[in-house]
Design a protein around this ligand. Sequence first.
Ligand code: ADP
Length: 255
Amino acid sequence: MGMQPLVRAVNVTKAFGHNEVLKGIDLSVESGQVVTLLGPSGSGKTTFLRCINQLETIDGGRIWVDGDLMGYREDGGKLYRLTDRQIAAQRRNIGMVFQRFNLFPHKTVLENICEAPVVVQGRKRRAVEQEALTLLERVGLQDKPRAYPNQLSGGQQQRVAIARALAMSPKLMLFDEPTSALDPELVGDVLAVMRDLALSGMTMVVVTHEMAFARDVSDHVVFMDGGVVVEEGPPKEVLVNPQHNRTRNFLQRVR
Ligand code: ADP
């Protein structure tokens, strides 16, 4: 009860062929915490995020989300891979927002948001639609339920993608560079929605290059480089007074 972190990763390793991308990542995220993953391109941030919800299969280590061992069942000290169906069920507790919003192009905003709760969770469409309208208000798009994705700006589409993820009532939200594909003038609205979500108590892990977001919104910053966590801590420590050269060099380049 409140004792175990919502996300716990221990010694996570992952390679693509001979390319060792994650070399033993440890991470704990407390319930309600916002953690940002920072680091140079290619350091393994996105891969690690995808490992948390099993979009990538890890080679070693363990990841628990809300006490659930992701991807495996442990029995007598041995790990057994879960079925795709069981993994899909685990993933349902986790919302993910990608760099590209991948909304269904032939469905309206409302249909995009209601699809998974109705089809996957088997909930009543009427009730889901009511909730979807509330979610649209929350992301500032209450006037857009009937719009199609191509009638929206990238920033609006991304906010629909956030609402769509929230419609599944996730325990955890993962964000993979959610603003990096957007025109600069559209970034602020998306970050504002993420900030509101953080204030509402959602547990979030965010890969981002937005230093202001990392500094002002996150509780904990993790700096990765070369597949390892180089340094982590409160933003005021890691961003203001980094202890490692690699962190200092990175921060100088992104500022
Ligand atoms: P970051 O998010 O920090 O930019 P990534 O996790 O995207 O880093 O990538 C880390 C490394 O893993 C890179 O060398 C990248 O080329 C490699 N990589 C990522 N995904 C794949 C994949 N599906 N197949 C092969 N290599 C991959």
